[in-house]
Design a protein around this ligand. Structure first.
Ligand SMILES: C[S@@+](CC[C@H](N)C(=O)[O-])C[C@H]1O[C@@H](n2cnc3c(N)ncnc32)[C@H](O)[C@@H]1O
Length: 276
């Protein structure tokens, strides 16, 4: 797929806005941040403590296996509300977040004949739009959570997209070994690496080059920090851009910071990876 963007190769915006700069420096795992946050949002203390207890138990149960742990988190969250499980507080937000992902790739040249791999497709918040746009059989969604994939099938049915024959596959890792080489024009992972420890991202970057078509690209979002890298409850991970760019380079890939994504109302940043 032709990369039609005209982004700079600079890994970071030259001068981020002051408010954003402050947000990018925050360490959400630090006790001082937690105390300050609790004082500002007392109503969020009880839900946070509940989540901490639940996640602590799930981490103990699936010790050392992040995918099994996060699959259990998704099972519990999906049971309560599948839209909230993929990060949208309301149906309107769910629609808007899907539209934003779709519009971005359309602007970057996604055409019906392209083949797309959507890693961590969730319940097709954006996926249903890609499925509608692409030729039948050209959308391939994978996810670690059987619960969210059941919700994905419900989305597919609700939008009457059965005839587009998308592939929806459960996976336990990101080796991508069951997929054909050089096949996908676009590989996409939205709000997936924001929930992934570095070894999961590394596994994906080690293997994604094989499935990319020669002109293909891999877009992924991540929670960016310009301070210390950290995580919250091993649910949300914050990375410096250079860490991910260096990781990609180690697998013969070039990663480019997407400046135009920064203008959109979304808290995460985006990198585009291509084969060198
Ligand atoms: C925040 S949701 C986003 C879903 C979808 N990309 C969207 O934007 O609506 C993150 C999804 O990634 C999935 N996920 C998390 N880690 C994954 C991994 N290592 N491999 C595949 N899917 C993963 C989760 O199960 C969940 O469905």
């Amino acid at each position: 797929m032709q990369d039609t963007s005209a982004q700079s190769a600079a890994p970071e915006p030259a001068r981020p806005l002051p408010r954003k700069a402050a947000r990018l420096a925050v360490n959400r795992a630090a006790l001082t941040h937690k105390v300050r946050y609790a004082i500002r949002h007392p109503d969020r203390i009880t839900p946070y403590l509940r989540r901490t207890a639940r996640d602590g138990w799930l981490r103990l149960k699936h010790r050392g296996d992040h995918v099994a742990y996060y699959r259990a988190v998704m099972a519990a969250d999906t049971e309560r509300d599948p839209r909230a499980a993929v990060g949208s507080r309301s149906h309107d937000r769910w629609l808007a977040l899907g539209q934003m992902q779709f519009d971005y790739l359309i602007e970057h040249g996604l055409r019906p004949e392209h083949r797309m791999l959507d890693i961590g497709c969730g319940n097709l918040r954006a996926g249903w739009r890609f499925i509608e746009h692409l030729e039948p059989g050209h959308y391939y969604g994978i996810d670690i959570s059987p619960d969210i994939l059941i919700s994905a099938k419900e989305t597919l049915t609700a939008y009457g997209l059965q005839g587009r024959l998308p592939h929806l596959t459960l996976t336990g890792d990101l080796k991508l070994d069951f997929l054909p080489a050089g096949h996908f024009d676009v590989v996409h992972a939205h709000s997936v690496f924001s929930h992934s420890p570095v070894e999961v991202i590394d596994e994906c970057l080690a293997n994604v080059g094989r499935v990319l078509a020669p002109d293909g690209f891999f877009d992924f979002t991540f929670d960016r920090t310009e301070g210390r890298e950290h995580h919250v409850l091993r649910e949300d991970f914050y990375y410096r851009t250079e860490t991910l760019v260096t990781l990609a380079r180690g697998h013969g890939l070039t990663a480019r910071f997407m400046e135009d994504w920064e203008k959109l109302p979304h808290g995460q940043s985006k990198l585009r990876v291509t084969r060198e």
